[in-house]
Structure formats: structure tokens, C-alpha cells
Design a protein around this ligand. Structure first.
Ligand SMILES: NC(=O)C1=CN([C@@H]2O[C@H](COP(=O)(O)OP(=O)(O)OC[C@H]3O[C@@H](n4cnc5c(N)ncnc54)[C@H](OP(=O)(O)O)[C@@H]3O)[C@@H](O)[C@H]2O)C=CC1
Ligand SMILES: O=C(CO)COP(=O)(O)O
Length: 331
């Protein structure tokens, strides 16, 4: 089986290296010439991983034609790029292909989940199925082969098993599942919670507050996910509580880092002025606000993050406002 990884950023590089470590045929396609050259010539992707030495067999290209004849295409680009990249590769696919999604979020205009975007953009006769390879996994740790577990979620079990077998090894363990809705909603919304967690840390709150955020944040994720047909038990797994913990508590998380800056400065101004990183939770907060409002789903934490990012509300006021809402039972 030949896999093409689209995206020479942090997650694309780390996952391509997993396949290379597993002696699979894999090629990274990137638009950024410096990243591609760094991989080919220096066996590094310094922009994301500094001096970490990659598997020297790993190869990258800027030629999109490499997609031709691929059995599997793994899309490792930000959510906003999924729609255009699918249209771009659709003409190049030559057979029924497994498309692996690793992106966490929604289409910025249609609110679709990533699997829905891919199914809309790829012709039926060129798509075996979409497999979402998602869970608690910072690229910075996978690239140095630290033990990690994630899910291969697909409506076609056979393809989930193929991906499970292809990627699993001594440091990466893949479980399979088929709750596409619950899993994709979980990994999208946890990014908003990670921004909230960062904001609270930046404001100076500590362990009690973070535990409260994670626990009540999970309830919001369940409320939203179950409303749209996700299974409650999915939120107790890797794409729910697992991914929520890793992003709400990690020094690697870009969502947490963004929130931390916003909380520390008690303002979003500098973040929006200077950010160049992929912080998916920022767009997700806007979509969750829109969809939750339309559907009458109570999402108090997500709503405060939205108010901070888009309505100029002070982070310190948001934290206080969450505490003085009407008192109620936990469940
Ligand atoms: N990093 C991680 O640990 C994890 C990330 N994810 C998810 O993976 C997705 C990708 O994120 P990540 O790899 O971290 O992001 P990065 O910012 O590290 O890399 C994104 C890469 O995509 C490239 N890119 C952007 N647009 C296109 C395009 N149209 N065609 C080809 N390449 C493009 C960028 O190029 P350029 O540099 O030129 O902009 C960059 O190389 C996100 O949704 C994220 O949530 C999921 C789990 C873990
Ligand atoms: O999704 C991730 C870990 O599972 C990566 O999180 P960040 O995008 O916040 O860095």
C-alpha cells in the first residue's frame, strides 16, 4: 500500500514518520519548499521540531502529482484547507482511495465535520471511505516516539482495520471505532476547552479550576455531541476525555498556549495581531456558538470563550460570570 501525506507541517511529518518507521511506502507532499527541503536534505523539520532527527528514509515533495495511484491519502492540513485540497486531489485520484482525516474542527462556512467535507468533495468512485485518525496526540511527542494511543474511526470497519494495522507499532497504538459523529465533535470542541484552560491558567487559576474546567467542559461536549447523534460513551474515550485532558494540560498545545497569552494579558488583541500558528479552537468557538445558539444547546464555557474572542469581553469577567450563574444540580 502506498500512502501520500498531504501537509509537511507538524502532524503530517510525525505521522509520515510513523509509516516510514513501519517500513511502509510513504511520501509527504508540502507546499512549503523550506519544510520539504529540510526533510529531504537535513532529515529534520526544524520549523516545528528544532533539532529532532527524523527517520532518514522519509521523503517529501512539492509535486502534487505524487497523489496519482496512491492507495491512501492522509490529509494533514488545517481545517480551512481541507475543502480546497480535496478539490485539488480529486482529479488526481486513480482508484478507490482511503482518505485519512486528522484535522480537528469544522468547515468555516458550512459547519460540516471533516468527514462530511471530504465525502462532499471527493467523487464516490474515488473514495473507499474516510478514516479519522484522531485522539490525544501531540506531534512533538509522536515524532520522538513517546507512547501514544489514538483512534481510527470509520463508517467502513475494513478501512479502519487497514489504518489500524498500518500505523500501529511499539510507540503508537491504534484502536478502531465507528462513532464518526461523536468522535469528530469531541476532538473539535476540546480545542475550545483548551483555549479556556489556557485563559484560566493565564489569569492565575490553578489545579482546582482546571479540574472543574475539564469536568464541566466534558459535559458540554457530551451535550453537543449527543444532540447531533454522537454516542455518550465515545466521550469517555480517546477522542473525548482523552483528547480533552491532553490539550487542556499540555505545554505543547497551541490552543492552550493561545489561551494562556489571552488570559495573562487579559486581552485578545496581541494574540490576533501576532499569531501565525494553527489554533483550530478559535474558528471552532465561532461555529459552536452559531450552531449551539440555533439549536438551543447550553454551552456556557464555549460561549464565554466566544465572547472573549469575538466580542471583546474581558477574560477575567468571563471566569467570574461562569461562577455566578444560577446554582443547579451537577447531573
Ligand atoms: N500538531 C499536532 O500535534 C496535531 C494536529 N492535529 C490537527 O492536524 C491539523 C493540521 O495541523 P498541524 O499539522 O498541527 O498544523 P501545522 O501548522 O503544523 O502544519 C500545517 C501544514 O499544512 C500546510 N498547508 C496549509 N494549507 C495547505 C494547503 N492548501 N495545501 C497543502 N498544505 C497546506 C502548511 O503549510 P504552510 O507552513 O506553508 O502554511 C503546513 O505545512 C489541524 O487540524 C490540527 O488540529 C491533530 C492532532 C495532533
Ligand atoms: O490535537 C492536538 C492534540 O491531540 C493538538 O493540539 P493543539 O492543536 O492545541 O496543539
Amino acid at each position: 500500500m502506498r500512502t501520500v501525506v498531504i501537509g509537511s507541517g507538524s502532524w503530517g511529518t510525525a505521522l509520515a514518520q510513523v509509516l516510514q518507521d513501519n517500513h511502509q511506502k510513504v511520501m509527504v507532499y508540502g507546499v512549503a519548499e523550506n519544510e520539504v527541503n529540510d526533510i529531504n536534505e537535513n532529515h529534520k523539520n526544524s520549523k516545528y521540531f528544532g533539532d529532532v532527527e527524523l527517520n532518514p528514509e522519509l521523503k517529501a515533495t512539492t509535486d502534487i502529482e505524487c497523489v496519482k495511484g496512491a492507495d491512501i491519502v492522509l490529509l494533514a492540513v488545517p481545517t480551512i484547507a481541507i475543502d480546497p485540497i480535496c478539490h485539488q486531489i480529486n482529479d488526481l485520484l486513480e482508484k478507490k482511495t482511503i482518505i485519512i482525516n486528522v484535522s480537528k474542527g469544522f468547515h468555516p462556512e458550512t459547519n460540516e465535520r471533516m468527514s462530511q467535507v471530504i465525502r462532499r468533495c471527493i467523487d464516490e468512485d474515488k473514495l473507499s471511505s474516510v478514516v479519522s485518525l484522531i485522539g490525544p496526540s501531540h506531534a512533538e511527542e509522536v515524532v520522538i516516539r513517546l507512547l501514544t494511543t489514538i483512534d481510527a474511526i470509520s463508517l467502513k470497519n475494513e478501512d479502519a482495520l487497514t489504518v489500524q494495522n498500518l500505523f500501529s507499532n511499539q510507540y503508537l497504538r491504534i484502536y478502531t471505532g465507528n462513532d464518526e459523529i461523536g468522535s469528530e465533535l469531541g476532538v473539535a470542541i476540546k480545542n475550545v476547552m483548551a483555549i479556556a484552560s489556557g485563559i484560566l491558567s493565564g489569569l492565575g487559576y490553578q489545579d482546582n479550576t482546571r479540574a472543574a474546567l475539564i469536568t464541566r467542559g466534558l459535559q458540554e461536549m457530551i451535550r453537543y455531541g449527543v444532540h447531533f447523534g454522537g454516542q455518550q460513551k465515545t466521550f469517555m474515550g480517546l477522542t473525548g476525555i482523552g483528547d480533552l485532558i491532553v490539550t487542556c494540560t499540555s505545554v505543547h498545545s497551541r490552543n492552550f498556549e493561545a489561551g494562556y497569552q489571552i488570559g495573562k494579558e487579559n486581552s485578545v488583541e496581541n494574540f490576533f495581531k501576532n499569531n501565525t500558528k494553527t489554533v483550530e479552537g478559535v474558528r471552532t468557538a465561532k461555529i459552536v456558538h452559531r450552531v449551539a445558539t440555533e439549536n438551543g444547546i447550553d454551552m456556557p464555557i464555549c460561549e464565554e470563550v466566544y465572547q472573549i474572542l469575538y466580542n471583546g469581553k474581558l477574560p477575567s469577567d468571563c471566569a467570574q460570570d461562569l461562577m455566578i450563574r444560577d446554582l443547579k444540580k451537577e447531573f
